[in-house]
Design a protein around this ligand. Structure first.
Ligand code: PHE
Length: 352
C-alpha cells in the first residue's frame, strides 16, 4: 500500500521479506529499520522536524503507521521462529548438536590373535577341531594320564557342575574344561592318525581375577600324531610359528617342564616383545615371555585312545592367546581383554 512518499514506499519490499528471515537476519533487519542510531525509520522521523508545518503532520503520521506495521511484522516473525524452535525441541531434534563419529565395530584383539594363530597352522596343513566346554573328568584329566588323586581334580582347583553326566559318555563328574587338551582325546578317538589339528576354545579355572589371571580365558591347542614324528618336528614347527607370528628374527627358547600327558615336556618362551630382551616389568626383568606348554604325546595317552604307541608318535602344544595379545599390543592387565570396556576396545579397533 502506497504511502505517497517514495522514501517510505522504498521500504515496502523489505516489509514483505520479513516473513522469511532466519533468527540472525531478523535481528539485523530490525536494527536496520528501527535501530535508534541509524534505523531507516528513525532517520525518517528525524526528518519530520525539518518539514513545513502542514507537511509535518501528514508525513509524521505516515512514518508512525509504517513503523507500527514493521514492529508488528518483526514481532510476528519472532514468535513464528520461537514456535518452530519449540516444536523441534519437543520432537527431540537438536540441530546444534555435533555429529557423532560412527563406531563400525572391530574384531576383539584376542579373536584377531586366535584367528592369526589358526591361519599360520592351517598354512602348514593343520585343520581346526572343536570340543565342548563342559567336559567329564575322564576327558579332561584321566584320559590325559592325570593320576586319579591329582590335585588339579580337587573341588577347589576346578569348577565342577551339579548336573548328572550324559548317558554313554566316558565318565565321572561334569566340569568346565580346564584346558583344550581333552579335545586331543576326542580327536584321536574319532579319527585314527595321521592327525594334525589346531583347537581354539575357552577354558575355565578356579583362579582369581587379577592383572595376570582370569577364571575364563582362551587357549589354542595343537596336536600332530603320525609315524616317525619326533621332538625335532615339534621344535621346528613351533619356531616356524613364532617367526611367522612375531617376526622372522624373533628369538625363542625351550625350557624343560612337566605335564602328565606329554613326555618329555617343555615350555616355550619368546623374546619379550616390549623390551626385546633387555628386561622390563612385563617380563619381570627376564627378557623372555612364556607363551605355551608342549611336549611329545605320552604313550599312555595314545593307548587310552586306542592308538598303537609302538607305531605312532606325536607332539602337542597349548598356548594362551591372551598372553600373546598382551605381548603384541603392550597391554599390562589381562582384565582389560575380558571386561568389554568400549573405552579400551575402541583404542585397538578404530572408528570410521
Ligand atoms: N594343557 C596344558 C595347559 O593348559 C598345555 C599343554 C598342552 C601342554 C599340550 C602340553 C601339551 O597348561
Amino acid at each position: 500500500m502506497s504511502t505517497g512518499y517514495s522514501d517510505l514506499d522504498a521500504l515496502q519490499p523489505r516489509l514483505a521479506a520479513i516473513a522469511s528471515l532466519g533468527p540472525a537476519e531478523l535481528e539485523a533487519e530490525e536494527i536496520a529499520i528501527l535501530g535508534r542510531k541509524s534505523g531507516a525509520l528513525t532517520a525518517a522521523l528525524k526528518r519530520v522536524a525539518a518539514l513545513p508545518v502542514e507537511e509535518r503532520k501528514r508525513y509524521g503520521a505516515a512514518v508512525n503507521t509504517l513503523k507500527g506495521t514493521f514492529e508488528g511484522a518483526f514481532a510476528a516473525r519472532r514468535s513464528a521462529l520461537d514456535a518452530e524452535k519449540a516444536e523441534r525441541e519437543q520432537a527431540g531434534v537438536d540441530l546444534t548438536m555435533p555429529a557423532r563419529g560412527r563406531w563400525v565395530g572391530a574384531e576383539h584383539p584376542v579373536t584377531r590373535v586366535v584367528d592369526e594363530i589358526v591361519e599360520i597352522f592351517r598354512g602348514i596343513g593343520f585343520t581346526v577341531a572343536l570340543g565342548p566346554e563342559v567336559e567329564t573328568e575322564w576327558y579332561n584329566f584321566l584320559a590325559l594320564n592325570f593320576p586319579a588323586d591329582h590335585p588339579a581334580m580337587d573341588m577347589h582347583d576346578t569348577l565342577y557342575l551339579d548336573a548328572a553326566p550324559v548317558e554313554g559318555e566316558p565318565g565321572g563328574r561334569l566340569l568346565l574344561r580346564t584346558h583344550t587338551s581333552p579335545v586331543q582325546i576326542r580327536t584321536l578317538m574319532q579319527s585314527p592318525p595321521p592327525v594334525r589339528v589346531v583347537i581354539p576354545g575357552m577354558v575355565y579355572r578356579n583362579d582369581a581375577f587379577d592383572p595376570s589371571h582370569s577364571p575364563a580365558f582362551h587357549q589354542v591347542e595343537g596336536l600332530a600324531v603320525d609315524e616317525g614324528i619326533s621332538f625335532v618336528d615339534l621344535k621346528a614347527t613351533l619356531i616356524h610359528f613364532a617367526h611367522r607370528f612375531f617376526g622372522p628374527t624373533t628369538k625363542t627358547r625351550f625350557r624343560p617342564s612337566f605335564f602328565p600327558f606329554t613326555e618329555p615336556s617343555a615350555e616355550m618362551d619368546v623374546e619379550c616383545q616390549l623390551c626385546h630382551g633387555s628386561g622390563c616389568p612385563a617380563c619381570k626383568g627376564t627378557g623372555w615371555m612364556e607363551i605355551l606348554g608342549c611336549g611329545m604325546v605320552h604313550p599312555a595317552v595314545l593307548e587310552n585312545c586306542s592308538v598303537d604307541s609302538e607305531q605312532y608318535t606325536g607332539w602337542a602344544f597349548g598356548m594362551g592367546p591372551h598372553r600373546i595379545a598382551m605381548l603384541r599390543y603392550g597391554i599390562p592387565d589381562i582384565r582389560l581383554l575380558l571386561e568389554g570396556d568400549m573405552r579400551f576396545l575402541e583404542q585397538l579397533g578404530g572408528t570410521q
